[in-house]
Design a protein around this ligand. Structure first.
Ligand code: GDP
Length: 297
C-alpha cells in the first residue's frame, strides 16, 4: 500500500507526542527532527522538507500550542494541515471549454510512465461525466502504441482516431480535432509519444503540437515509483512546454510517496489524479486532505 513505511514512522513519532502531557520546545524539536528524517527517507525533495519543517516549527512553538491542554495533539494537527497545504490544499478539477466547444487535452510523459493506460482511464472518467471523448493516437514511434490505445479505447467504449504511423503527430492532432468537430465529440485526448529519457526531439514535438493546436490542458503522466526522478521530469516538462497538471501513476506500488509530497511544491502544478492499479477503473481523483489522512493514519 502507498506510503506504508512513511506512515508507520510518522505514527511512531505521533504516539510519543500524544503520550506526553506537557511539551517543551526541545520535545517539539526532537519530534520534528524525526518527522524530517521520515520525510527524507520517503524521498521527499530536501528543500520541500526543509520548508515544511520550518512552517510546522513556527506554528508549533507558539504560545497557544505549548500552553494548551493537549499540545501533542495540536502539533499533530499542524503537521496534518501543513501536509495538506504541501499537496495543494484543494482538489483541482480538469477544466473543460464551455458549452460544446471542443476541449483538447494533450497527454505527455516518459515511456513506461503509464501514459497510454492513463489516457484510456481518463477517457472513461470523462465519459461517466457525460462528455463525448475521442482519443487520438499521436505516438507514431512505439510500434504497439496505437494498437494498445485502440484496445484500451475499446474497453472503455471510447473511439480512437488514428492515421497510422506515417504522419506527423501535429497533423494527426489537427485531423483528430476536425474529426471531432464533424462527429460531435467534445473532448479530444492526444496520446503523444514518450521516450525513455527526456530529449529535444520529444520536447520539440510537444511544443509544435501546442503551437499549432489549441491545447486547453497539457497533462503530464509520471511514475510515482521513480520518486525524485518523477519530480525532476515534472519540473523539466513544465519549464519546457508548460503543463497544467500531473497524474501520478503506480501509487499502489509506491511505499515511499516522495513524488506525491514534492511535485506540487516544486513545480507549482497540481496533482489531478492518481493511478492505483493496472485496471482501467484504477484512477482516483486526488484529494490533498484525504491523502494526508492516509499518510498520517
Ligand atoms: P506508457 O509507455 O507511458 O504509455 O505506459 P503504459 O500505459 O504502457 O504503462 C506501462 C505499464 O504500467 C503497464 O504495464 C501498465 O499496466 C502499468 N501501469 C500504468 N498505470 C499504473 C498504475 O497506476 N498502477 C500500476 N500498478 N500499474 C500501472
Amino acid at each position: 500500500m502507498a506510503f506504508d513505511s512513511l506512515s508507520e514512522k510518522l505514527q511512531n513519532v505521533f504516539k510519543n507526542l500524544r503520550g506526553k502531557g506537557r511539551l517543551s520546545e526541545a520535545d517539539v524539536a526532537t519530534a520534528l527532527k524525526e518527522v524530517k528524517m521520515a520525510l527524507l527517507e520517503a524521498d521527499v525533495n530536501f528543500k520541500v522538507v526543509k520548508n515544511f519543517i520550518k512552517s510546522v516549527q513556527e506554528r508549533a512553538v507558539g504560545q497557544d500550542v505549548m500552553s494548551s491542554l493537549t499540545p501533542g495533539q495540536m502539533v499533530i494537527k499542524i503537521v496534518n494541515e501543513e501536509m495538506v497545504n504541501l499537496m495543494g490544499s484543494e482538489t483541482t478539477e480538469i477544466s473543460f471549454k464551455p458549452g460544446n466547444e471542443i476541449t483538447v487535452i494533450m497527454m505527455c510523459g516518459l515511456q513506461g510512465a503509464g501514459k497510454t493506460t492513463t489516457t484510456a482511464k481518463l477517457a472513461g472518467k470523462f465519459k461517466s461525466k457525460g462528455k463525448k471523448p475521442l482519443l487520438a493516437a499521436c505516438d507514431i514511434y512505439r510500434p504497439a502504441a496505437i494498437e494498445q490505445l485502440q484496445i484500451n479505447g475499446d474497453k472503455q467504449g471510447v473511439p480512437v482516431f488514428t492515421m497510422g504511423d506515417k504522419h506527423k503527430p501535429v497533423n494527426i492532432a489537427k485531423a483528430a480535432i476536425e474529426h471531432a468537430a464533424k462527429n460531435n465529440y467534445n473532448v479530444v485526448i492526444l496520446d503523444t509519444a514518450g521516450r525513455l529519457h527526456i530529449d529535444e526531439d520529444m520536447m520539440n514535438e510537444l511544443i509544435e503540437i501546442k503551437e499549432n493546436v489549441n491545447v486547453h490542458q497539457a497533462i503530464l503522466v509520471v511514475d510515482s515509483m521513480t520518486g525524485q526522478d518523477a519530480v525532476n521530469v515534472a519540473e523539466m516538462f513544465n519549464n519546457k512546454i508548460g503543463i497544467d497538471g500531473v497524474i501520478l501513476t503506480k501509487l499502489d506500488g509506491d511505499t515511499r510517496g516522495g513524488a506525491a509530497l514534492s511535485i506540487r511544491a516544486v513545480t507549482g502544478k497540481p496533482i489531478l489524479y492518481v493511478g492505483m492499479g493496472e485496471k482501467l477503473s484504477d484512477l482516483e481523483q486526488f484529494y490533498p486532505d484525504r491523502m494526508a489522512s492516509r499518510i498520517l493514519g
